[in-house]
Every structure is written in structure tokens, then in C-alpha cells.
Ligand binder design. Structure first.
Ligand code: FAD
Ligand code: NAP
Length: 535
């Protein structure tokens, strides 16, 4: 139920949402500063039921902040608690969560730094002359400072944004006292906060293996982007997104990088694409140790790290590294929350929260982002789910998050972008006879002059075999794969078919147009290599 009252400069909208909470929103033609004062001073949501807040968000990262800002826009009284426990190496950071501080953003900047190194080499073939420097070198300190400077500016903008949106920011560690009460420790003092709804958006932190020396001498993605000295020769343990991306940019910056793989690369991704990524990383100089696990890390008198590892046959090996980076997955930060006091149950893994439409087993307690069980651990997923949840709680929305067909990219650094099903999952789900896979290698025009390796530039379209061949998955390895895949992800949401792709006129000469040129099926056995040298 909604009622709208219009005055000369102000529109008030009262909404009774599905949780019987009466909320309002204000649309105004008044100056923003005056409007803010007007909206908070004279109008309080009618049924706050003696809670201090309509929404308490525990965790000020991608998901928590998105939900908090949206809820506040819709007239709710909101506070966000955010607290970062320093890493075992002592790294700590400001407001904004993993993505901004120790995730997507610094990673993408370091990925870009690595790509620029390649571009300098390419530039020479295109006629650029660098007379001052025979050997162009990279300076880690400069990069680290630039990246950290950018992060600090984002931290600051985030704080200002919260203030402008009237979201109260509390720099404190939160835990439950009961389903409506949160205990916050703020600089040694304690606060008790009550809220009608509580949103758990605490994200996760890197795991360490339980081996001698790991915690003492190893680092994780929490530390790499603020490392005060150059990483040097680095062992990366783990072959998921983080392991491959870190190894990729370190190698691109000129540091020797080795990836230790326990089983397969990129579990959950299309395995043919994962193998091509490995081939490309090897070509660029990254070393891989397959079917190995670390056993211990010892510090040598010169400060270097002697790592002992074991293969499947239990044979032991060792080598000396300057840095050991563990990228073996992340644990949800639910241990400190005292979930039991609110009656919130964790999922089968004992850490994450198994929610239905982000609602936990306790009706007024919700969760978004990385803390959710079996949901993609990606920033846009956390943000979208957070916003939609706020609209369901504080407006009359019914829209729920769709976790299917979420596009993603591994910045490795030749990128792998994909959306939808892998070839394996499509075959498992529909049967090999009912799945058609189109594929092809291609040569980016700009690779010709510097004679860059194009052997691993590959794409495939996984589709249903019947009728117009509905597309189930798109996979693309090449430069800027993330940019290529994003638009096609929208097309998949609109039920893209192979026929649609074939009827789309490409943009020439681009690499994205390769999706409009697909015509070879795997089933045909035809050679998927491009026919001509340069078109
Ligand atoms: P977070 O962003 O982790 O925020 C949770 C916040 O809550 C943190 O600030 C935490 O300190 C705080 N907190 C925890 N417990 C409490 C408590 N009890 N009280 C108060 N505060 C608390 N995703 C992409 O989409 N693209 C990428 O390219 C990408 N790259 C990544 C690279 C790396 C190296 C990593 C580690 C992650 C990357 N991700 C990427 C994943 C992305 O960062 C996460 O999916 C996203 O940040 C999750 O958001 P969230 O809101 O769930 O949690
Ligand atoms: P991950 O994808 O779960 O990969 C963990 C890797 O570590 C796997 O290769 C795993 O091997 C290995 N491993 C696990 N335990 C190990 C152990 N004890 N010893 C040795 N190896 C071990 O985790 P992640 O790379 O840390 O990334 C976490 C999440 O962050 C991802 O799920 C992703 O959603 C998000 N992220 C996204 C991006 C992006 O969007 N570009 C980038 C980075 C991170 P097995 O396969 O054998 O288990």
C-alpha cells in the first residue's frame, strides 16, 4: 500500500511494505542542504518500534554500503559498523571493505601496471623510441604509493558519501546481543545499538594453511598491495582467481612467480579455458608446480624463505623465495559475530550464512555478499543484492537477486572473461548430444606488428543444440576480456541465441566482433584456427 502527498516543493511517499513497516520517502525541489534538514527533522518513520535504527549494517564493504545507502535514500534510519582487524603481517586499511582496499581495485591497478610494461615493449615496434633508458625498469615503491594513494582517496569519498546520505558510520567491531541488538566496540568504549533489521555484510578474509611458518612468514592478498619492499621471487600457493591474478601481475612487473597448484586451476570454471590461461601464463614466464602442497616455510639467516613442499607421490622438494603468498581461499568473518545470541544458523561449512533471498533463518536478520553460502564472491553481486534487499525492506519492491549468469573476469593478465555455463556443466546438465559448442582462435590486429603471441586468443560459445540455439555460456580469452563480455552478459539475460549472434554485424577491427563471426562447431572437427593471416 502506498500513499503520496504533494506539496509545492515536496512530495512525500508513504509505503506500507511487506514487513508491515511504514516508511516514507521525500522528493524535493528544495536546495539539497535544506531538503536534508527538512526530511530528517520533521519526519521520522512512524513505526520504528522504539529501535534506534531501522537498519543496522555490520560490515562496510561492497554489499553493506550499497544496502545502507539505498535504505537511507528510501527514508530509513541506518548505521553501518565497519572494523578491520589487522592481518597477521599488520596490514590494515580504511572504510570500504575488501574490494576497495585489498581486492578488485588495487588488483586492477597492478594488473594495469603489468599491462603497461608489455605496452612499452609493444610501443618500440610501433616506432616509439626511449632514448633515455636502454633497459626500462619498474619501481615497486612508486606503484605501491600510487595505489595506496588512490585507495585513501576512495576511503575518504566513501566517508563523505555516507555523511551526505545521513548514514551513521561507526568505526567499531560489531557482534550480536540478540536478534535486534548489536554490541559495538568503538575505540575501547562499548555501545549497544538496536535495530528493526540487521544486515550481516562482514565479507571474508584470506585463509592460511596449517603448516609451520605460514602465519609467521607468509603473506596474503591483504598484504601484497601495500608491501613496503619489492616482493622479489614469489611463490603463490593456490590457483584460484587470486593466485593466478597475483602471479600474473607480479610476473608482468618483472618478479619471478611460481604458482603451486593443489589440484586444478580455476575450479568451477571451464577447464579448457583454464588450461589455455595456464599455457599463456607459462608463455609469459610464470612457473607452475602441479599437484603439490606446501609443508613448511623456514626463514633463512639472510631473510629469504625456504619452502618445502610435497607432490602426490609424497616426494619432498624445496626452493628459496623472497615472498610466499597464500591464496588458498577465504573464510567468512562470522566467528566474532556471536550469531548464536541472535539464533542465526550457519550453513554446512559452519562459517557462511545460508539465506533465502538474503534472509537468514531469523526473519529480521539478513546477509549479503561474500558471507553468503554458495553465492559468487564478487563485488557487483554484493552491491546488487544489497540494493535490491534495501528496496524490498524499505520500499514496496518484490524484486529478488538473480545469481545466475553473473559475468566475471580473471585478470591473468591476458584476461579470461565468461558468463553462464562452462562446457562441462552444460553437458552434465543437458547431455552432450543436446549441447553445441562453437569455438575459434583469433588474432587481434594490434598483436601483428609487435609479433605478440596470439596462440591463446580463443573464444567459445556454449549453446543448446535445438532450434535457434539458446546461448548457455560465453567464454573469451584475450585483451580486455572483461570489457568484451560485459555487454554479452546483458544479451544472455535477454535469451541470446546463436542465431542472434550470427545476425549481429560486428565492429571491425575489434576482438569483440569475434563473437559475431563464430561458425565452427567442435562437433564438426573443423580447424578452429583463423584462415587468413590478418583479417
Ligand atoms: P567486504 O567487502 O569484505 O566487506 C566486509 C567489511 O566488514 C570489511 O571491511 C570487514 O573488515 C568488515 N567487518 C567484518 N566483520 C566485522 C564486524 N564484526 N564488525 C564490523 N565490521 C566488520 N570481485 C570482483 O567483482 N572483481 C574483482 O576483480 C575482484 N578482485 C578481487 C581481488 C582480491 C585480491 C580479493 C581478495 C577479492 C576480489 N574480489 C573481486 C572479491 C570482492 O572483493 C568481494 O566479493 C567483495 O568485496 C565482497 O563484499 P562484501 O560486502 O561481502 O564484503
Ligand atoms: P579460490 O578461488 O577458492 O581458490 C583457492 C585455491 O587455493 C584453489 O586453487 C585451491 O585448490 C587452493 N587451495 C585451497 N586450500 C589449499 C591448501 N590447503 N593448500 C594448497 N592449496 C589450497 O579462492 P581465492 O583465489 O582466494 O579467491 C576467493 C574469491 O575471491 C573467489 O571465489 C572470487 O569470487 C573472488 N575474487 C574474484 C576476482 C575477480 O573477479 N577477478 C579476483 C579475485 C578474487 P583446490 O582447487 O584444490 O581446492
Amino acid at each position: 500500500m502506498a500513499a503520496v502527498l504533494c506539496f509545492r516543493n515536496v512530495t512525500l511517499r508513504f509505503i506500507q511494505n511487506r514487513n508491515t513497516n511504514l516508511v516514507f520517502s521525500v522528493k524535493t525541489k528544495l536546495a539539497p542542504s535544506l531538503a536534508r534538514h527538512f526530511s530528517t527533522s520533521y519526519f521520522e518513520p512512524a513505526s520504528r518500534e522504539n529501535f534506534q535504527y531501522d537498519l543496522i549494517v555490520i560490515g562496510g564493504g561492497s554489499g553493506g554500503l550499497a544496502a545502507a545507502k539505498e535504505a537511507s535514500n528510501l527514508g530509513a534510519k541506518v548505521c553501518v559498523l565497519d572494523y578491520v582487524t589487522p592481518s597477521p603481517r599488520g596490514s590494515k586499511w580504511g572504510l570500504g571493505g575488501t574490494c576497495v582496499n585489498v581486492g578488485c581495485i588495487p588488483k586492477k591497478l597492478m594488473h594495469q601496471a603489468a599491462l603497461l610494461g608489455e605496452a612499452i615493449e609493444d610501443a618500440k615496434s610501433y616506432g616509439w623510441v626511449f632514448p633515455q633508458a636502454e633497459n626500462i625498469a619498474h619501481n615497486w615503491e612508486t606503484l605501491k604509493e600510487a595505489v595506496q594513494g588512490h585507495i585513501k582517496s576512495v576511503n575518504w569519498v566513501t566517508r563523505v558519501e555516507l555523511r551526505d546520505k545521513k548514514v551513521e558510520y561507526i568505526n567499531g567491531l560489531g557482534s550480536f546481543l540478540d536478534a535486534n541488538t548489536v554490541h559495538a566496540v568503538v575505540k575501547g568504549t562499548e555501545r549497544k545499538l538496536t535495530g528493526k533489521y540487521i544486515l550481516i555484510a562482514v565479507g571474508g578474509r584470506p585463509r592460511y594453511p596449517n603448516i609451520p611458518g605460514a602465519l609467521e612468514y607468509g603473506i596474503t592478498s591483504d598484504d601484497i598491495f601495500s608491501l613496503t619492499k619489492p616482493p622479489g621471487k614469489t611463490l603463490v600457493v593456490g590457483a584460484g582467481y587470486i593466485g593466478l591474478e597475483c602471479a600474473g601481475f607480479l610476473n608482468g612487473l618483472g618478479y619471478k612467480a611460481t604458482v603451486m597448484v593443489r589440484s586444478i586451476l580455476l575450479r568451477g570454471f571451464d577447464q579448457q579455458m583454464a588450461q589455455i590461461i595456464e599455457a599463456e601464463m607459462r608463455h609469459k614466464g610464470v612457473n607452475f608446480l602441479h599437484r603439490c602442497i606446501p609443508k613448511k616455510v623456514d626463514k633463512l639467516p639472510d631473510g629469504k624463505l625456504n619452502v618445502t613442499w610435497q607432490n602426490e607421490q609424497k616426494q619432498e622438494f624445496n626452493d628459496v623465495f623472497d615472498t610466499v603468498l597464500f591464496a588458498i581461499g577465504r573464510r567468512a568473518l562470522t566467528q566474532d559475530l556471536h550469531l548464536e545470541k541472535a539464533g542465526v544458523r550457519t550453513a554446512a561449512d559452519g562459517e557462511k550464512i545460508d539465506a533465502v533471498d538474503e534472509q537468514s533463518n531469523v526473519p529480521n536478520v539478513y546477509a549479503v555478499g561474500d558471507v553468503l553460502y554458495k553465492r559468487p564472491e564478487l563485488t557487483p553481486v554484493a552491491i546488487h543484492a544489497g540494493r535490491l534487499l534495501a528496496r524490498r525492506l524499505f520500499a514496496d519492491s518484490k524484486q529478488c537477486m538473480d545469481y545466475d549468469n553473473v559475468a566475471t573476469t580473471v585478470f591473468s593478465p591476458l584476461e579470461y572473461g565468461c558468463v553462464g555455463l562452462s562446457e562441462e556443466v552444460a553437458i552434465e546438465r543437458f547431455g552432450a548430444d543436446n549441447v553445441e559448442v562453437y569455438h575459434g582462435y583469433y588474432k587481434p590486429t594490434e598483436f601483428f606488428i609487435p609479433q605478440k603471441n596470439y596462440a591463446n586468443c580463443y573464444l567459445k560459445v556454449v549453446a543448446k543444440r535445438e532450434d535457434s540455439q539458446k546461448v548457455l555460456g560465453l567464454h573469451f580469452i584475450g585483451p580486455s576480456a572483461g570489457e568484451v563480455i560485459q555487454g554479452f552478459a546483458a544479451a544472455i539475460k535477454l535469451n541470446l541465441t546463436v542465431k542472434d549472434l550470427m545476425e549481429t554485424v560486428g565492429i571491425h577491427p575489434t576482438i569483440a566482433e569475434e563473437f559475431t563471426r563464430i561458425n565452427i562447431t567442435k562437433r564438426s572437427g573443423k580447424d578452429p584456427n583463423p584462415a587468413s593471416c590478418c583479417s
